[in-house]
Write a protein that binds this ligand. Structure first.
Ligand code: FNR
Length: 362
């Protein structure tokens, strides 16, 4: 069947599970330890219910916004994810073509399987790409990468801070896959029998710390996004250090099990530091699978949300068309949700449109 056969993002995941190799499925799907954080990412959205407003004019809807200072047709971005070529020979290029066609920003992983040149050639002239950085133990190598980003055409730099090492992803380790399509950003540094994740993460410097933020900022004028913030204290710190924006994330449940769902951290920020949410852009990613998830996050003050695996699934089944189908489904669901909430613009998504249940409600 074609992409239209998928009515929702779960359908796309189900198709992907059927077509992917065991190694690719295991790498994409795997999460840490007992998967509590992975499942909590989904569950956390279900604790928020709407308080819809009726009898408003809803024929004309706009989902336009800016994220990271970049225009976007939807409050959704492609979260950076490694090794898209495990699912399709065109790899990240498909995600880039789809993001360009749909008008949304994309994060390009340090561990992309396509080269930056390939990805830049696949993008539209007006399309905005963000480089996701893992810092190399060889600092000179990272320095070269960072200094080059502006010239290459990237619009921002996204430093990922929640994965200084690979999480304990047992599904991945069991399949003993090896990242034979690993890209040029790094060497194949892990042992061959320990799973894809460990094979591609060995170059990372585990001693990257707050003091390195000024170093990164000294090498580029691009705005700095910090991805992987998991508590209020670090959110405050990130802004003190001059981050333009932050992404609350637990790496899709792939790093520390029992790290909180980003929606939980966002709710805490909303309750305790609403001033931060007003002053700065805060994003979340992890477990976003429905338009209503996006709307809830925006009600609590998020500027936008990232999706990781859904694009890998779409790419694996139908390439570029599959990635576009992910956005198309989200677009339909977001517009429908806005109509039922009685609003026509994203800036009308306010906290009074949701309520929190301190229990799993159904
Ligand atoms: C990721 N993620 C990720 N993040 C990052 O900053 N750099 C990376 O190279 C990767 N690689 C990666 C590979 C795979 C297979 C997955 C599933 C995820 C994390 C990603 O950006 C995002 O945080 C999560 O994917 C969000 O969760 P969902 O949408 O997959 O539930």
């Amino acid at each position: 069947p074609g992409p239209a056969a998928a009515l929702n993002l779960q359908d796309i995941e189900d198709f992907a599970e059927k077509v992917l190799t065991a190694t690719a499925w295991a790498y994409y799907r795997s999460t840490s330890d007992d998967e509590y954080s992975y499942w909590e990412n989904f569950a956390s959205f279900k604790r928020f219910w709407f308080r819809p407003r009726v009898l408003n004019k809803i024929s004309v809807i706009s989902t336009e916004t800016t994220m990271f200072g970049l225009p976007s047709s939807l409050p959704i971005f492609v979260a950076p994810a490694a090794l898209a070529r495990l699912g399709h020979t065109d790899g990240e290029m498909n995600l880039t073509r789809a993001a360009g066609a749909e008008g949304i920003p994309q994060g390009i992983s340090s561990n992309s399987s396509c080269s930056v040149d390939e990805i830049m050639a696949a993008k539209r002239p007006d399309q905005n790409l963000i480089f996701q950085l893992y810092v190399n133990r060889d600092r000179a190598a990272s320095e070269r990468v960072i200094r080059n980003l502006e010239k290459q055409g990237f619009k921002a730099i996204m430093l990922t801070v929640d994965a200084p090492l690979a999480g304990n992803r047992e599904l991945d380790r069991r399949t003993k896959g090896f990242a034979s399509t690993a890209g040029p950003a790094h060497g194949k540094t892990g042992p061959e029998d320990s799973g894809v994740a460990s094979a591609i993460s060995g170059y990372q410097d585990p001693d990257v710390c707050w003091d390195d933020i000024p170093w990164i900022q000294s090498l580029t004028k691009l705005p700095l996004i910090i991805k992987g913030i998991q508590c209020i204290e670090d959110a405050e710190k990130a802004f003190e250090y001059g981050a333009q924006s932050i992404i609350l994330s637990n790496h899709g449940g792939r790093s520390l099990d029992f790290s909180p769902a980003p929606m939980t951290v966002l709710y805490e920020l909303h309750k305790l530091r609403p001033d931060l949410l007003k002053k700065h852009e805060v994003y979340i990613d992890g477990g976003v699978r429905r338009g209503t998830d996006v709307l809830k996050a925006l009600c609590l003050g998020a500027r936008g949300v990232g999706l990781g695996r859904p694009f890998l699934w779409g790419n694996s089944v139908w390439g570029e068309e599959g990635c576009r189908r992910v956005v198309e489904i989200m677009r339909e669901e977001i517009v429908t949700g806005m109509r039922f909430l009685g609003i026509t613009r994203l800036d009308q998504l306010t906290p009074d449109l949701v309520q929190y249940f301190d229990r799993d409600p159904v």
